[in-house]
Design a protein around this ligand. Structure first.
Ligand code: FAD
Length: 290
């Protein structure tokens, strides 16, 4: 199923994201955890990919298995850093052959230890999106990434949104946000995006932080602001894994409920191959989401 219909409807959806094993990592644990999330039958799922080919065909294998075994519609992520137009066409052919109908098209970042020129035929996701559209036409639903707090490379937020408009004009049908922990940042972003004439669905990405050690990572990876209210929870419960997990899930549920109360219909959860966290969130919202 192409997601454009669902995302333009007024149904309330909760989607989960999983990641594939890296090429040099053990496959089974990561695979089984991803399938554990699929087994919860969420509204849809997305499968990330390692930029520059660091996860090889594992994204596609996991996305295909989620669709075939669990009948959950899946978005496969596709990055263009280090790619050529020919290599992208090859990846698109493989995706189509596997039954993938939704792609999150990304630039990606140069992987550590990557040798060679990182930007070959592509410098920005908008170029990838334009190529996918040209190659496949409308028979694919394409999404892109956006950054309520600004992308780390962006000169300023206004220019970042100008570039986002280029991405949408190239054929991007929905945007999923980088994680954020303060909903006011998202509401402010929505206002600025609409002001720029971007009308595609903007799906907030919520990351449940369930371990104190995740905090530093999440902040450095995303550049997101961590509100004092959440820092206080980490100070209080960081040494007690069960309490921290419960507090993290409660905080994420609270963020989601606030989003829904403010009219947001589609919420994406960075569930990070943790079926128990995804299940707890789903249970908290079981009568609210489809
Ligand atoms: P772009 O949209 O190309 O933007 C990158 C930067 O270039 C921005 O600063 C933008 O302002 C600027 N820019 C864009 N167009 C122009 C232009 N014409 N001229 C000048 N500047 C321009 N990474 C992975 O490796 N794998 C994944 O699976 C993955 N999934 C993600 C999912 C989500 C929801 C998000 C938010 C991020 C994800 N990422 C993933 C991370 C992403 O690849 C990085 O953040 C990357 O640095 C930017 O990718 P992008 O597609 O947003 O790039």
């Amino acid at each position: 199923m192409k997601l454009r219909e669902l995302l333009n409807s007024r149904k309330i959806t909760l989607s989960f994201e999983v990641f594939p094993p890296k090429l040099n990592a053990s496959f089974d644990n990561v695979y089984n955890a991803a399938m554990g999330v699929a087994n919860l039958n969420p509204s849809y799922m997305s499968v990330t990919c390692g930029a520059g080919g660091t996860t090889g065909g594992n994204t596609l294998k996991i996305a295909k298995d989620i669709q075939d075994k669990y009948k959950v519609t899946t978005i496969a992520h596709l990055t263009c850093v280090g790619a050529t137009r020919e290599s992208i066409k090859g990846e698109l052919d493989d995706m189509r052959a596997a039954g993938i109908e939704n792609i999150l098209a990304l630039r990606g970042d140069k992987p550590k230890d990557y040798e060679g020129e990182p930007f070959k035929d592509y410098h920005y996701a908008s170029q990838l999106i334009a190529d996918i559209r040209e190659y496949i036409g409308d028979d694919i639903c394409i999404g892109g990434a956006c950054y309520p707090e600004g992308h780390v490379d962006a000169v300023n937020k206004a220019l970042d949104i100008d570039h986002l408009k280029m991405k949408v004009d190239a054929g991007c049908e929905f945007l999923t946000t980088q994680m954020f922990f303060d909903n006011n940042i998202f509401y402010n972003f929505l206002y600025r995006v609409k002001d720029k004439g971007i009308t595609v669905p903007v799906i907030p990405g919520i990351m449940p932080i369930t371990r104190a050690t995740q905090v530093a990572n999440a902040v450095s990876m995303s550049g997101s602001n961590m509100p004092e209210r959440f820092r206080n929870l980490v100070d209080r419960f960081g040494d007690d894994p069960e309490a921290m997990q419960q507090a993290g899930i409660a905080y994420a549920t609270d963020q989601i409920i606030d989003l829904i109360a403010n009219g947001v219909n589609h919420i994406h959860v960075y569930s990070m191959n943790k079926p128990e966290v995804a299940r707890a969130l789903q249970n908290n919202l079981s009568k609210i989401v489809i």
